[in-house]
Design a protein around this ligand. Structure first.
Ligand SMILES: [Mg+2]
Length: 118
């Protein structure tokens, strides 16, 4: 549940830490500029697959490696930051828009269901 207080705090404190992360993380990007957007998009898809594979092992092996899953989520975050950089979008803007979209859906009782424009 995202409360009005959550949104006010988010707006007050800002989401600059996302940009701090983005700036630091993309400092390690080594792919060529002609591969911008496509390289991090494919990397994100691959890392999301790694998350799914770790989660799959819950079914196959009955194991749950929380740290390994969290590590793969970090890899996803890196690719998201790089993709944002390549698209000239601040990670904080993406996070802010997503949080407010979810809050709006929650307020309108539209959290459930499907469709991008609920
Ligand atoms: Mg990985």
């Amino acid at each position: 549940m995202i409360s009005e207080v959550d949104i006010e705090a988010w707006d007050f404190y800002g989401s600059g830490q996302f940009n701090d992360y983005q700036n630091a993380a993309v400092g390690t990007a080594i792919y060529k500029s002609e591969h911008s957007v496509i390289y991090p998009a494919l990397g994100l898809a691959a890392e999301a697959g790694e998350v799914a594979n770790k989660v799959k092992k819950i079914i196959r092996d009955g194991t749950f490696d929380r740290d390994a899953i969290a590590d793969e989520l970090g890899d996803c975050l890196w690719y998201i930051a790089a993709l944002c950089r390549d698209l000239n979008v601040d990670l904080s803007v993406v996070a802010d828009a997503n949080l407010k979209k979810l809050h709006d859906r929650q307020q309108r009782g539209k959290i459930k269901g499907s469709g991008d424009k609920r």
